[in-house]
Ligand binder design. Sequence first.
Ligand code: SF4
Ligand code: SF4
Length: 135
Amino acid sequence: MNMEYKFRIDFDENNVLESVTYTLVSKFNLKPNVLRADIGGDGAGYMLLGIEGDKDTVEEAMIHILDMGFSVKELNGHIIHDCRKCWHCGACVSLCPTKALYVDSEMRIQINGGTCIACGGCIDGCAVKAIQLEL
Ligand code: SF4
Ligand code: SF4
C-alpha cells in the first residue's frame, strides 16, 4: 500500500542534492516532493522530502541514498505546543516549511497537526521552549 513518508536529508559540498530526487524517481520509481530545501554559503544544507510509495521500496531507496553519502533521518515524531508557556509572539510561524503554524482569528498561534511534518524547524525559534518534538 502506498503511503507518504517524510525525511530530512542533509548534505555537504561533496554530494549533490539534485541527485537524490533524480535517483528516487529513475531508480526506484518513487514520487518525491521537496517540502523545503536550504543551502548555506559553504555548499552544505538540507532538504525536507515527502516520498510517496510502498514501505519496502522507500526503505530500500533511503538505504541507497545513505550509501550515496547523504545523512538521512525519517520524520515520524510529533510536535507538542504548550499553550501555557506560549506567549503568541509569532516567531515560530515563519520557520515552518509547511505552514502548519498559523495565527488564528484571536491572534493566537495554533499548529495544524495534519500538515506538521515534525521537522523540528520551529523549536529553536521559540525563546520560551513552548514547542517540543516527541519521537
Ligand atoms: S515562538 Fe514560542 S512563544 Fe512565540 S508563538 Fe511560537 S510557540 Fe509561542
Ligand atoms: S515541526 Fe514545526 S516547523 Fe516543522 S512542520 Fe511542524 S510546526 Fe512546522
